[in-house]
Write a protein of this length. Structure first.
Length: 164
């Protein structure tokens, strides 16, 4: 009789563990998906920042050679460090630049605005992601502390690797 009772208890224990394993597998799948999503969002952010830097590095290099020698020195410094088309255009001396150089600044400004729009969309996506991430971490925090710690660490590593 004791052997049958022991077998029944073992069988019941195994049956009770199956849903727990299923939940844990589901959490891991969700967590891995969120880690992948965090990585993609961070990479997209990095790429947009690289595009902005490249745009203004190139524009500044062309401006440095296109600005005439007799240009006001203060304005020259501002133009070469502003990295902002609206800021450059607000100076009266901007109108003294040749039309090709003005067009370059205008074009850089339009491209910069386009990238800024993409950054705003990405920021909205990141806000939605942050909500999903926090809900996920709250869901697993009380039930599987080791999984919680693992995923929290993964999210921190991804966030720490992003440029500031």
């Amino acid at each position: 009789m004791k052997i049958y009772t022991l077998h029944i208890l073992l069988l019941l224990s195994a049956v009770m563990l199956i849903p727990a394993c299923d939940n844990r597998d589901a959490w891991r799948a969700e967590g891995d998906k969120l880690i992948s999503q965090a990585t993609i969002l961070a990479q997209q952010h990095d790429m947009l920042n690289i595009r902005i830097d490249s745009l203004w590095d190139t524009t500044t290099a062309v401006l440095a050679t296109a600005i005439p020698e007799d240009f006001p020195p203060t304005d020259r410094e501002i133009f070469l460090h502003a990295r902002n088309a609206d800021h450059i255009r607000m100076f009266m001396s901007f109108k003294t630049l040749d039309t090709e150089t003005q067009a370059l600044v205008d074009s850089a400004g339009r491209y910069d605005e386009m990238i800024a729009g993409q950054l705003r969309i990405l920021q909205q996506q990141r806000q939605v992601f942050e909500k999903q991430k926090l809900e996920f971490l709250q869901k697993i925090a009380g039930t599987t502390p080791e999984d919680f710690r693992y995923y929290a660490d993964q999210f921190h590593m991804i966030a720490d690797s992003a440029p500031k």
